[in-house]
Write a protein that binds this ligand. Structure first.
Ligand SMILES: *[C@@H]1O[C@H](CO)[C@@H](O)[C@H](O)[C@H]1NC(C)=O
Ligand SMILES: *[C@@H]1O[C@H](CO)[C@@H](O)[C@H](O)[C@H]1NC(C)=O
Ligand SMILES: *[C@@H]1O[C@H](CO)[C@@H](O)[C@H](O)[C@H]1NC(C)=O
Length: 610
């Protein structure tokens, strides 16, 4: 027998022998088969119209060369443009009634026109979707979900009209993450904070006024580093927000302690609350993330600019917190969210600020049937919101090329930074977000010198497995891949994926007041709000000049007219998954992006645009 045939035969036998029991998604245990008579609300999320043109629509308003630069869309134009077609509604409805024999009265269309939902028995759902339904229990809180992790099948003429069916392979929110090997407490969240840097108490804050920015990063250090000389003039019309999820809350007395030292005019001032799903910043919780974000943004922007706080409630029901935020900003997203166990009530009723800063890692960017449809839908939603003129800024992560210490081994996420494929993180790896990596002032260096990628934690960066590389970063990323990228095996990272971060800003050792004391802390959790503050200040100048907010900035940042707006960070790397990660390099790199900003040049480049 020729060797190739032997191999085939061997594999066939092996394949049969090791047919493993179906594997539940990470974090869930397969409980048992669902009862055939149990009732289930099935939701068919219809394909949005024109989604393939989203990138072109965005470039039309965000490419500095475009004659329509800055002409953002109204929310109603966005809604009408992407509303599923009547053909999709009719085709799926006809299939359900004629072929599947479901009574027309049982099929309802959501108010937004994008979801068909119907109550069926498990047995009916199984026959409709050619699958088997199981119950799964949450390893974290024991709650039980129904789903079909092995996938489902729709006839071809139907599947092209259906984006997702709920509940099927996706079980709601991202799994709780662990930080430094510790599990985040159950009640806290299913999202991770990006403040992964170590923390040290500061004994004598007064003396810190005299120390250098390599050992203590104050507001003045940040102003010096980024040429950030700013007094708001459009504070009455300009808006900027920060998102805090779950139990991450702030305490006014910590802000006051910070302001007494660094910005006395702001003592007694707190952010303007935008409560999402009843999120309450005065509730019990942990203060590190919110203290860091709010003190930096309020402090940098000063007393003339209000900061809005999107406080997004999160319980243990597995509902994805990203969905809560997106639904609160866009009514048409509300019906998309898998809210069968707990309805989303804030649907498009919350104000949209011009800039929104997010210092959290949400879903892992995995090419996985249980994750991809969800994260693609979420990322598209960020893009649709960007089309209306919102700039989303997010931290790139504090764990190098791993996803909070997890790498992909044999198709599954594994803890402990094992040898495996790199894992990007949402929302940073979504192309419609501006992702910010972390830097530090090198030991003994001054604020005039170029920073280095931080070594106090590893700046998150890499390549998406769900989103293709956008045209606006093509040249910059290709230059890196051709000239500087390590020669990793093709399976280690996805050379054709969207690459991040886009930019960088200081991440350590930031001086913050929390729990009644000053500490050195940081992470890209700090980098994102710092950069977001600069963009809010750019908007302030544009509004004063009679122009609109900048909205989606990535195409501009990578364009030649912004070449002088960044200091190129070329020292450092971002280890993870038992590798050295990527090295920083001249030009864009997946550790520090385009580099750290020079505010005056950034502002002037945006002011030169229509
Ligand atoms: C968490 O979920 C479990 C099971 O669904 C429920 O019994 C419990 O009350 C929930 N806890 C909180 C704090 O919401
Ligand atoms: C900030 O918010 C407060 C309270 O809502 C308001 O009174 C004040 O006018 C706002 N400041 C600016 C600059 O818009
Ligand atoms: C790499 O990215 C592309 C573009 O998004 C995607 O189509 C492809 O599936 C990704 N490859 C892997 C191995 O995930």
């Amino acid at each position: 027998m020729p060797p190739t045939l032997l191999l085939v035969a061997f594999l066939a036998v092996l394949g049969g022998a090791i047919a493993a029991p179906p594997r539940a998604p990470a974090g869930w245990s397969l409980h048992r088969r669902a009862d055939p008579d149990a009732l289930l609300t099935l939701k068919f999320s219809l394909v949005q119209s024109n989604l393939d043109k989203l990138d072109a629509f965005l470039l039309d308003v965000a490419d500095p060369q475009s004659p329509h630069y800055g002409q953002h869309w109204s929310p109603s134009r966005v809604k009408e443009t992407f509303r599923p077609s009547a053909e999709s509604v009719d085709t799926v409805q006809a299939w359900l009634t004629h072929d599947a024999g479901i009574h027309a009265d049982k099929i309802k269309l959501s108010a937004g026109g994008d979801i068909l939902h119907l109550d069926v028995t498990i047995a009916e759902a199984e026959s409709l979707l050619e699958t088997e339904y199981y119950l799964y229990s949450d390893n974290e809180d024991g709650s039980v979900r129904v789903g079909c992790h092995e996938g489902y099948t729709l006839p071809e003429h139907i599947s092209k009209h259906v984006e997702l069916v709920w509940p099927t392979v996706h079980f709601g929110g991202p799994r709780a993450l662990s930080r430094r090997g510790e599990s985040i407490s159950k009640s806290s969240s299913r999202v991770g904070r990006d403040s992964g840097a170590s923390k040290t108490p500061i004994e004598n804050i007064v003396a810190l006024a005299e120390v250098d920015c390599d050992t203590s990063v104050t507001l003045d250090c940040l102003r010096a580093l980024y040429n950030f000389d700013f007094t708001p003039v459009s504070g009455d019309v300009n808006t900027v927000g920060v998102v805090e999820f779950g139990k991450n809350v702030y305490r006014p007395w910590n802000l006051d302690m910070f302001f007494e030292t660094y910005s006395p005019d702001q003592v007694g001032v707190i952010p303007t609350l935008i409560s999402v799903e009843g999120g309450d910043p005065t509730a019990a919780g942990v203060v590190d993330e919110a203290s860091l974000d709010i003190e930096l943004m309020m402090g940098l922007l000063g007393p003339g600019q209000n900061l809005s706080l999107y406080q997004v409630a999160q319980t243990n029901t597995s509902l994805d917190p990203t969905d809560r935020l997106l639904a609160a900003l866009d009514e048409s997203y509300c019906s998309v969210a898998p809210a069968e166990s707990e309805g989303i009530t804030d649907c498009g009723n919350k104000p949209r600020t011009n800039v929104i800063s997010i210092s959290y890692h949400l879903n892992p960017d995995l090419n996985d049937p249980a994750i991809s449809p969800v994260v693609q839908r979420q990322c598209a939603e960020f893009g649709k919101l960007a089309l209306t003129g919102i700039t989303f800024v997010a931290s790139s992560g504090d764990y190098g090329v791993s996803y909070a210490g997890q790498c992909l081994v044999d198709g599954a996420l594994a803890f402990g930074n094992p040898s495996g494929s790199f894992v990007a993180q949402l929302p940073a790896s979504c192309s419609y977000i501006t992702a910010v990596g972390g830097t530090s002032v090198a030991a003994g260096a001054s604020t005039d010198q170029v920073e280095e990628s931080t070594t106090d934690f590893w700046s998150g960066g890499g390549f998406s497995n769900n989103f293709a590389r956008p045209a606006w970063q093509d040249a910059a990323v290709q230059n890196y891949l051709d000239n500087f990228a390590p020669n990793y095996d093709a399976s280690v990272f996805n050379r054709s994926g969207r690459a991040y971060p886009d930019v960088a800003a200081n991440g350590y050792p930031i001086v913050v007041s929390e729990k009644g004391r000053f500490v050195h802390t940081g992470g890209t959790s700090a980098s994102a709000p710092i950069f977001a503050s600069l963009i809010a200040a750019v908007n302030d100048a544009r509004l004063a000049a009679g122009k609109g907010p900048v909205g989606f900035i990535n195409p501009a940042l990578y364009s030649t007219s912004f070449a002088g707006a960044f200091k190129d960070v070329t020292v450092g790397n971002n280890p993870g998954c038992q590798t050295d990660g990527f090295p920083a390099a001249p030009g864009w790199d997946p550790v520090s992006g385009l580099g750290t900003p020079n505010f005056v040049k950034l502002r002037d480049a945006f002011l030169a645009l229509p």
